[in-house]
Design a protein around this ligand. Structure first.
Ligand code: DP6
Length: 321
């Protein structure tokens, strides 16, 4: 029995977004989503059995944190009377800035906990447990292209992530334009809950997701970039439109976010294979056809207010190190 194990998982970006829960306690999403898992932007998590401890200890990037949320996930994999643990998690990208560190974080956590407690759970089950921590985390269990099924059942048995294609199916490139380094003003969870409760556009948003998923999945299967660009940009803008109409309204963007969106539009108009997407934060993720990221990165780096661009591509499934 290992005393200490380490796993890594990549961040992911939804091309068809989920926004809103159908069950808060089980963290079940109100709609499905489709994502790409990234290489290079990752969380590395080590768990060590610590029988001497009374409570778990959790450090994120070296700083002690409330261990209760990760402890609850460990309880679901081990058991309530499992050994206490020391959990050390490190991101190689800014935490809480709209780059979904919780997704890679919970994905790495379930993989390493499954191995440490010798459970040997299926990926699908691990995706369901990761989802309890953060909805988008379910998708980081898989590499390349992934679909999260919302399901309908009360207990969420039919809500799980499914790997669609490995990165080599269509090795898209990604440029992340960092427009703000601070933590986000309103978390995804609070933002989507407020949108669900108060936005008159929320029902319209949910109603359109299934059609967007079908279209995006077909576009990925056929490697039809224009089709994927259209549905992904529409999904992102619709999500933000529903959030803007909440009370009080949620505006996650800053002037540089808008300038990047417009720069991406100009580049595509000139024939560059690129489209944008944004999550619950101000960073712009530009998804590019293979070979187009260099030009896109050079353009976005020049946009006023962009402090840094990160170039990455599609990455592998979460796994032990
Ligand atoms: C806008 O999965 O971060 O990024 O389950 O409350 O942790 P919690 O929410 P989270 O929400 C992600 C929302 C999104 C869109 C997406 O990734 O599908």
């Amino acid at each position: 029995m290992a005393k200490k194990l380490t796993a890594r998982a990549g961040a992911n970006i939804a091309l068809v977004k989920y926004w809103g829960k159908r069950d808060a306690a089980l963290n079940l999403p109100a709609a499905g989503s489709l994502s790409i898992t990234l290489s290079g932007l990752e969380t590395v998590t080590t768990i060590e059995r610590a029988p001497g401890l009374q409570v778990d200890e959790f450090r994120l990037d070296g700083t002690p944190q409330d261990a209760a949320p990760v402890g609850r996930i460990l309880d679901l994999i081990g058991s309530q009377d499992r050994v206490r643990c020391r959990i050390d998690s490190r991101n190689n990208f800014p935490t809480g800035a709209g780059l979904a560190s919780s997704a890679s974080g919970y994905a790495a956590l379930v993989v390493v906990a499954d191995a440490l407690f010798e459970r040997g759970l299926e990926r699908r089950e691990l995706s369901q447990i990761a989802r309890r921590g953060s909805g988008s985390a379910a998708r980081s269990l898989y590499g390349g292209f992934c679909r999260l099924h919302a399901g309908r059942s009360d207990q969420g048995e039919d809500c799980y992530a499914e790997g669609l294609y490995d990165p080599d199916h269509w090795p898209l490139e990604v440029v992340v334009a960092i427009t703000d380094r601070g933590p986000k003003a309103v978390s995804s969870r609070d933002g989507m809950n407020r949108t669900m409760r108060t936005s008159p556009y929320y029902p319209a948003w949910v109603e359109t997701v299934d059609a967007d998923l079908a279209e995006a999945e077909a576009a990925v299967a056929r490697r039809d970039f224009d089709m994927l660009a259209e549905v992904a940009e529409s999904s992102a803008l619709k999500m933000h439109a529903s959030a803007l109409a909440a009370r009080p309204g949620l505006l996650y963007w800053n002037p540089a976010t808008v300038a990047c969106i417009q720069a991406v539009g100009r580049l595509r108009g000139q024939g560059t294979g690129v489209f944008f997407t944004m999550d619950a934060g101000p960073q712009v993720k530009a998804v590019c056809l293979p070979g187009h990221a260099e030009k896109v990165a050079a353009h976005l780096a020049e946009v006023p207010g962009v402090s840094r661009v990160i170039r990455t591509g599609l990455g592998p499934a979460a796994g032990l190190l």
